[in-house]
Ligand binder design. Structure first.
Ligand SMILES: Cc1cc2nc3c(=O)[nH]c(=O)nc-3n(C[C@H](O)[C@H](O)[C@H](O)COP(=O)(O)O)c2cc1C
Length: 175
């Protein structure tokens, strides 16, 4: 069984986690989703694991930090993939990519879990989930990036085809 443990703030990482589960199951692998912000602390018995979280103000959710810290040894002993979701990964800014790399490295250094592979995944603007201030801040970020967005609608950047390739490769490494 492949565990997919995830943390999400506006829901895009949850969508990504569900997509990965469906993809694995379509390929004949059993997958179990674990939403880490529901108070889940234990790690279910599994052969391999995918962890997924999103970046907010330069950090992943506390729930994934706690989970990775608690289960660092068990995770490191298995094949693992870390899906790090962000908006910076939707662009090509070298400084922003260097930041994403630093954020992922610092997370792994803090928790002691060394992911088998880290994959930066483009997320989404989820205007329908933001409060007033977040909507303003995110509109400003979109404007800075030269992105035309509708503040009453979501805008997804996740490359589902690339994610499928990544998940298929992970499944092949386990098999
Ligand atoms: C308040 C806030 C802060 C964010 N900070 C960052 C950031 O520092 N770097 C980045 O690349 N993306 C940042 N993002 C974008 C999120 O990573 C992106 O929207 C992602 O899809 C969120 O995933 P989730 O819906 O699973 O929480 C931020 C988004 C919000 C709303």
């Amino acid at each position: 069984m492949i565990l997919i443990a995830y943390a999400t703030t506006e829901g895009q990482t949850e969508k990504i986690a569900r997509f990965c589960a469906e993809r694995l199951e379509a390929g004949g692998q059993a997958a179990t989703l674990l939403h880490l912000q529901t108070g889940a602390e234990d790690m279910p018995e599994c052969d391999a694991a995918i962890l997924a979280a999103s970046v907010h103000m330069g950090r992943y959710q506390d729930a994934i930090e706690g989970f990775a810290l608690r289960h660092a040894q068990a995770l490191t002993a298995r094949r693992t993939l870390f899906l790090a979701v962000s908006l910076a990964a939707a662009g090509h800014d070298a400084d922003e990519w260097a930041d994403l790399d630093r954020i992922a490295q610092a997370f792994q250094a803090r928790t002691g879990w060394q992911a088998g592979k880290t994959c930066q995944v483009a997320g989404a603007f989820r205007f329908t989930k933001y409060d007033f201030f977040r909507r303003l801040a995110m509109r400003w970020i979109a404007w800075q990036k030269g992105e035309e967005v509708n503040p009453h609608d979501d805008r997804e950047y996740t490359d589902w085809a690339a994610l499928s390739t990544e998940i298929d490769a992970f499944a092949a490494r386990i098999a």
